[in-house]
Design a protein around this ligand. Structure first.
Ligand code: WT7
Length: 650
């Protein structure tokens, strides 16, 4: 049983939406929310099939929902195409010349794509994929930075029924290799490099290293982004800009007729083992869920300019940069670089320049930018903003209040949206025109979502009692399985309680507000990114000097959590700072800079049970600088704990 430490500040402030915001909002009051919520959970099938009428179907479904031995199916018998719903359908509604994407590069001029232009680019690239042999049901691996070719490639896959698997461009070759190998992708799309803080990150070099062990990849399409010199392998590697120009590539690509439950994409996420899980999302249910959540939670209007700072390499970007906004015909700002390049006012400059009305970011960015001082945002004109959002980890009330006051000028509601790669879209969230806000709480479940907090024995926790956060009912955006591993799907998510286990702990207060407390598993949230401790540990152990490693999170002012590694060296290896740096670099090179431990402690021994299991729980207490170990008498050698604590890295 994990310990549910009551670390959350007692928070009594409540913020109400302004009368003006309410009046114009799609959902205008708690009364309206409650009425519709009741209907949505009493008869979810009627609710969701009503909502599904808004999409363009090639054929309507026969059954709304079916439980196939624990695997949920939505809208079976229905056919549609996701790219048509994001492009052709919007164009048909008269928005051909509306801007879909405003792309803001790290340096240089921004570039726009109208819905009409985007459709053409998507179709041309879809035709390229087909010409290279990609067929419906094939997996296409995408390893691209935040450039327009990334959403274009995803939508092109959706158009022809290929399954995309995007790997965050900040990951390195081992992480890429593992993901390609698990997905059996057949074509890889990458770039000659990516820009980050003015420096070039060698994407193609990483891809080449990974591909040495990925025999399934037959072709590689390379986008020219940085102009760095790269090695192009004959009859495997092709330039995007050359392929797209070939004479037989047409401006239109007939969309595939996709069954609701065919696969749309795989996105890997960290779990408790070293092997990342391929979370599978399918066509209709996912599209409907991101369409509807985006529409109501971001209260989207035709004139809005929406800016989400996430990377498309994570689920936030899939759902709320690409599929949710486009299916609503929204204008989306997509930014290539880091929040502080060249200066800490970059986000605020972008808001000012493009007159952003809705801004969605992560608590880690808010904390980092708040620390830089109010002068940065106060020098920019942020008056276009009307709504703010946050996602990725719990937001501390002080950061929330800063965001509300300094960025939102006390007039923009803040939607703290709780969800996961697995959930496809937002599950617990305020509705900005209705929900009174409590800083630090994601507030209430979205329509059709029955969320609850359970005790170890499966009984319902009392108000304010911490426990396991579960979702009691299926929803259209939920994951359908773990790619190639249905047993892992059942085991991870349904075995414990028979209802969907989120992996988070939470409590519900007396007003029915949800307060997310943290993870129960070995997932570490570094700056909102989900890092599996096992993935970092395997990387450390792959270093020639390392015999054994255990990594745990510790609280970090900006990142929320950072990684603390306990490392046991092989016999005869000298412990020194140079080796520590070498180990950090090793992890950054192999897994990616985000997985790099901030602190490394050399240890002669790790606390283990008599059966040899490392007790990470105790290591976590040490890394936090506490001595609250709990019972250590079950350890094979309890003396280890004191030695480690004495040498803890501050
Ligand atoms: C985990 C999922 C979902 C998009 C980005 C992360 C944590 C997410 C919140 C929030 C508190 C949050 C949870 C969750 N989390 N949003 N608003 N408040 N915690 O997706 O990488 O799959 O991570 O992020 O721990 O389980 P992900």
């Amino acid at each position: 049983m994990p310990e549910f430490i009551d670390s959350i500040l007692k928070e009594h402030r409540i913020f109400f939406p302004s009368e003006e915001f309410k009046r114009k909002a799609i959902i205008k009051s708690m009364a309206e929310y409650s009425k519709l919520y009741k209907k949505s959970v009493e008869n979810p099938e009627a609710f969701w099939s009503g909502m599904a009428q808004q999409l363009d179907w090639l054929k309507k479904w026969d059954v709304v929902l079916r439980n196939d031995a624990g695997f949920f199916k939505w809208f079976e018998g229905g056919y549609l195409n996701v790219s048509c719903n994001c492009l052709d359908r919007i164009i048909k509604s008269g928005k051909k010349d509306k801007i879909a994407f405003i792309w803001e590069p790290e340096s240089g001029e921004s570039k726009t794509y109208t819905y009409g232009q985007l459709l053409k680019e998507v179709c041309r690239f879809a035709n390229v994929l087909k010409k290279k042999g990609v067929q419906r049901g094939h997996v296409v691996e995408i390893y691209l930075p935040m450039i327009p070719e990334l959403p274009i490639a995803m939508l092109a896959c959706a158009r022809i029924g290929a399954i995309h698997s995007v790997v965050f461009a900040g990951f390195s070759y081992d992480a890429l290799k593992d993901r390609i190998q698990d997905s059996n992708a057949e074509l890889l799309i990458t770039a000659d490099g990516s820009f980050r803080n003015g420096k070039v990150f060698p994407l193609k070099g990483n891809a080449d290293a990974a591909l040495k062990e990925c025999p399934t990849i037959k072709n590689v399409v390379v986008v020219k982004r940085t102009g760095s010199s790269v090695n192009m392998q004959n009859s495997r590697d092709y330039w995007w800009h050359e392929l797209i120009k070939e004479k037989d590539i047409k401006d239109f690509c007939e969309p595939e007729r996709m069954h609701s439950e065919e696969s749309l994409f795989i996105l890997y996420t960290s779990g408790t083992t070293g092997k990342p899980k391929g979370i599978l999302h399918t066509q209709a249910g996912y599209l409907l869920y991101v369409y509807q959540t985006f529409k109501w939670i971001f209260d989207i209007k035709d004139k809005d300019v929406y800016f989400c700072t996430a990377d498309i390499g994570w689920i936030t970007g899939h759902s709320y940069i690409v599929y949710g906004p486009l299916s609503n015909g929204a204008t989306v700002v997509m930014y290539e670089g880091s929040p502080t390049f060249p200066k800490p006012d970059r986000f605020w400059r972008i808001v000012e320049k493009h007159k952003v009305t809705i801004f969605y970011t992560a608590p880690t960015a808010i904390r980092a930018l708040a620390k830089e001082g109010d002068e940065w945002p106060s020098r920019c004109n942020l008056s276009s903003l009307r709504l703010l959002g946050t996602v990725g980890e719990p937001i501390n009330p002080e950061a929330w209040v800063w965001y509300h006051k300094v960025i939102g000028k006390d007039k923009c509601p803040v939607v703290d949206t709780w969800w996961q790669t697995e959930t496809g879209g937002i599950l617990i969230t305020p509705l900005p025109g209705a929900t009174p806000l409590k800083p630090g709480s994601a507030t209430k479940p979205f329509f059709g979502i029955v969320a609850d907090v359970l005790r170890e024995d499966g009984s319902k926790a009392n108000a304010d009692e911490g426990g396991y956060l579960v979702i009691r009912n299926p929803w259209p955006g939920m994951l359908r399985t773990v790619w190639n591993n249905p047993d892992r799907y059942k085991h991870t998510y349904f075995e414990k309680f028979g209802v969907y286990l989120t992996g988070d702990t939470a409590k519900i207060d007396k007003d029915g507000y949800f307060w997310i407390m943290g993870r129960i598993d070995d997932v570490i949230k570094v700056a909102g990114h989900r890092i599996g401790s096992a993935e970092v540990e395997s990387s450390l152990v792959s270093h020639a000097a390392v015999a054994e490693a255990a990594v745990v999170p510790y609280p970090h002012e900006i990142k929320g959590q950072a990684i603390y590694a306990f490392v046991v060296l092989k016999n005869g290896i000298k412990k020194n700072d140079e080796l520590k740096e070498g180990l950090k670099k090793h992890v950054a090179d192999h897994v990616g800079p985000i997985a790099k431990p901030d602190k490394i402690q050399f240890a002669d021994d790790l606390p283990k049970t008599r059966s040899g299991k490392i007790m990470r729980r105790i290591l976590k207490v040490i890394a936090e600088g506490s001595t609250d170990y709990g019972n250590i008498m079950t350890l094979a050698d309890p003396g280890v704990v004191e030695v480690l604590a004495k040498n803890m890295v501050k």
